[in-house]
Design a protein around this ligand. Structure first.
Ligand SMILES: Cc1ncc(COP(=O)(O)O)c(C=O)c1O
Length: 448
């Protein structure tokens, strides 16, 4: 019996006016289109002897002996019978008492009711956004939200997804008012509204005005049907008391429905946790497909997450020794005496900020510094990002040109990331290199 919906390949090819095209040809045409726009992505391996002004290893934990030693101790202390591989999905054989204790540890550290481990921040955002908004609900999202949030929203059953201008409380207010005016169920609280933001944006490095957003939601949604979902990927370890994030720095953790903390950036590890209430956690365990249908992280990853959180919780650094352990059970008592690595990175941020603003060029299209104070991410806005990045790389400083489609057209830049392991001498080297490039560009344009 034939299925009338299936068109045999030979028939479709012969009836088409186009000659048969192989899939590979179509793929290479897509690549050529990217190439033509200078937007083709490539994998690169960095040479060893370079200075890292690019990775998200903001606290330099990836190369920290304190981190490595503690991690190795955790691995070595595991009994021989303890499996290193998780062996399956969290819902089948991939769960462990160790994973559950780690979730409690991280939840307590972040002053959250519960935490749920995902294999990555990407999976966490996809899991949350694809499953939690209910049919008919509304999602309002910042225009610069990460690709993983877009992926989750694309899969979600929400009735509407509405973008608002980047980090604009007025923009959020307009977008929310429009929904309220359009649909009485938003106003009367029958439909839920999700506000999806990051606390620090990965490309621009700016901090979201979360308190202003809360004000907007309080003003316009008196039935408390507004739910914040905040991605803290870039603030984890770097901002807030002991690196607990922007939300805890602001003291608004009780107002967040979901917080996502990822471990692949400042925590030198892998995976992510969703901080939420117990009901929400149970729901995700049942409905988040990016959690259910994947092999859970194995013990070495869990141990590395544990290592990073112990360092944060203890206020430890490699350079100044151990500061008093401030934990009793899991009741963390935050004080102002911690944050050595955070302090170091903040020192370097101020230094680089000053040095970059001292650079001289006659052509502002060539160079403008875009930087949010206290952020380890700097945007060097230039009309020639690839050339500037290549020049820095040739001189041993790894920075990256960030091009569309990763960022919107016209927002090209060179992204510079600072780490607590960078030195003032390295910063000086980078700044001098940028100045040489600017001088060369000026000379070239003067000779035209
Ligand atoms: C804001 C943001 N959210 C989520 C992710 C994804 O996290 P992960 O690398 O753990 O998948 C990233 C990483 O690029 C990010 O920048």
């Amino acid at each position: 019996m034939s299925d009338s919906r299936v068109i045999p390949a030979a028939h479709s090819a012969s009836s088409s006016s186009h000659p048969p095209q192989s899939l590979v040809n179509a793929l290479s045409r897509a690549l050529s289109r990217r190439e033509a726009k200078s937007a083709r992505r490539r994998l690169t391996v960095l040479p060893q002897e370079t200075v890292d002004f690019s990775s998200n290893d903001f606290l330099s934990l990836g190369t920290s002996p304190a981190y490595r030693n503690r991690f190795m101790t955790h691995l070595n202390n595991a009994p021989d019978s303890f499996p290193f591989a998780s062996g399956g999905s969290r819902l089948l054989d991939g769960n462990s008492a160790y994973a559950e204790e780690l979730e409690r540890f991280v939840a307590d550290f972040h002053q959250a009711p519960t935490a749920l481990l995902f294999n990555s921040g990407f999976d966490a955002n996809v899991g949350v956004l694809s499953s939690i908004p209910q049919p008919g609900d509304v999602i309002l999202y910042d225009e610069l939200i990460h690709a993983s949030a877009h992926e989750g929203m694309r899969l979600s059953r929400a009735g509407k997804r509405v973008m608002f201008p980047h980090s604009s409380a007025a923009g959020l207010r307009d977008a929310l008012e429009a929904q309220i005016n359009e649909d009485p169920s938003v106003r009367n609280g029958t439909k839920n509204v999700f506000i999806v933001v990051e606390s620090i944006y990965s490309m621009d490095g700016d901090v979201a005005p979360i308190k202003d957003f809360i004000q907007v939601v309080d003003d316009l949604l008196p039935h408390q049907n507004g739910y914040f979902m905040v991605d803290e990927a870039h603030s984890t370890g770097v901002f807030g008391p002991r690196g607990s994030g922007v939300v805890q720095e602001l003291g608004v953790q009780d107002r967040m429905f979901i917080r996502v903390h990822t471990f692949g950036k400042a925590l030198a590890s892998h995976g992510a946790m969703v901080l939420c209430g117990q009901e929400t956690k149970d729901y995700l365990i049942n409905y988040a497909r990016s959690l259910i249908y994947t092999t859970a992280l194995g013990f070495p990853f869990l141990a590395s997450i544990r290592t990073a959180y112990e360092l944060l919780a203890n206020g430890e650094t490699e350079s100044v020794g151990t500061i008093q352990f401030m934990q009793s059970g899991h009741n963390f008592a935050f004080t102002n005496q911690e944050k050595q690595l955070q302090l170091r990175v903040q020192e370097l941020i101020r230094h680089l900020h000053t040095r970059l603003h001292s650079l001289r060029t006659d052509q502002s299209v060539l160079f403008e510094v875009d930087h949010f104070p206290t952020s380890p991410i700097f945007s060097l806005r230039t009309s020639k990002p690839r050339q500037l990045a290549a020049f820095c790389q040739q001189n041993g400083f790894i920075v990256r040109a960030i091009m569309p489609p990763t960022i919107p057209e016209g927002k090209e830049r060179v992204r510079v990331c600072l780490h607590s392991g960078n030195t003032e001498a390295e910063i000086e080297g980078l700044v001098q290199t940028i100045q040489s490039w600017l001088d060369q560009c000026e000379m070239r344009s003067a000779n035209l």
